[in-house]
Design a protein around this ligand. Sequence first.
Ligand SMILES: *Cc1c(COP(=O)(O)O)cnc(C)c1O
Length: 410
Amino acid sequence: MPDASKMTNRPIKRGHKFLNTPGPTHVPDRVLSAMHRQTMDLSDPEFLAASMSCFEDLKRVFGTEGEIFLYAANGHGGWEAALVNTLQPGDTVLVPETGNFSNSWSNMTRQLGINVETIPGDWRRAIDPAAITERLQRDKTRQIKAVLLIQTETATGVTNDIPACRKAIDAAGHPALMLVDTIASLGTIPYRMDEWGVDVTMAASQKGLMMAPGLGICAASEKAIKVHQAQPGNRAYWDWDTRMKAEHYRKFCGTAPQLMIFGLRAALDMIFEEGLETIFERHRVLGAATRAAIDHWSGAGAVELNCLDRLHASDGVSTILVKEGYDADAIRTLCRDEMMVGLGGGLGDLSSKAFRIGHMGDTNASMLYAALASVEATLCYLDVPHTPGGVTAAIEHVVAAKKRLGATTF
Ligand SMILES: *Cc1c(COP(=O)(O)O)cnc(C)c1O
């Protein structure tokens, strides 16, 4: 047997590892167990029933009567699926810049031969809906075919107001499709696709949905399907038309990721047992508790919450800026390797300047305290100035919420 301690040159650690990255997130044991089973005939009735019920139940999570498409892929697969099914090379799209994820999605869009116009953003505030209206009003010849939006920009910890963006498009009387990335927000904060007039929504399994990474999801409105059908396009694996055919195997363009579907089934059961509204409340309280800790630490001037507009602070992920002279990557690495708490790093313009605490999915107050205490311990260890007692500030917030709400799921 290889000696793990010699291989890594680190002592073997006992006890739980905590995962506070904003995706992947902690997977509940019940979901893990649901995946631990034998594969089966492609048309086994038990599998078909589980699979079809996932397609139906995902509609409830998205808040849509539209079509659901499930891919053996990740969020990037969902992005590409949305693009190639509704746009053509040579088309133009409008992307309000929110952070590293809007930039990455823009880059993918360009790689597909689609022109991208951006509305610059400062990475610390939400999208300004008025800027969308202003740009679309100037598009007299209707060159812009779609507006690409991200509900929660995971790099910055800022949540955008999607209904306000819808109103902004309508105010310009512009027919562009509205595509929304909810990869980091679905199942953590309210999302109502049909009511808000969204045409295509993308999600992935490994964040608020409490599943392992490996499934990319798209939901498409009737309008999006019509636009799709009017276009030829070079697409095969991602193609919606094929996946809307009656035969079940076509829904996955081949063999279904069976065990992941059983896992997703268990995760959806857990979501409906807790109830979406209760889930949102849990995330609201844990998000605010995290911010209470960060604000407390920031008293010493070396760390601060990136999001400047508190109404738009994400309840699923908090991005913490670290003052120049202190190493954000060292905080993240030490917290993972020494404290056994996985955090997100700074992305894009924020690389080495920020770290991120995920508080989404299968989590509760005690798990959050463990993460916050470990971050505080890491700040101590690395001599990063902070006002001690951030964890107590978080506890006080949660206790007040529990007293106000009575029996809670956190
Ligand atoms: C995680 C994430 C992605 C990328 O998802 P992958 O599954 O890593 O491809 C895209 N957009 C947002 C907002 C995300 O949080």
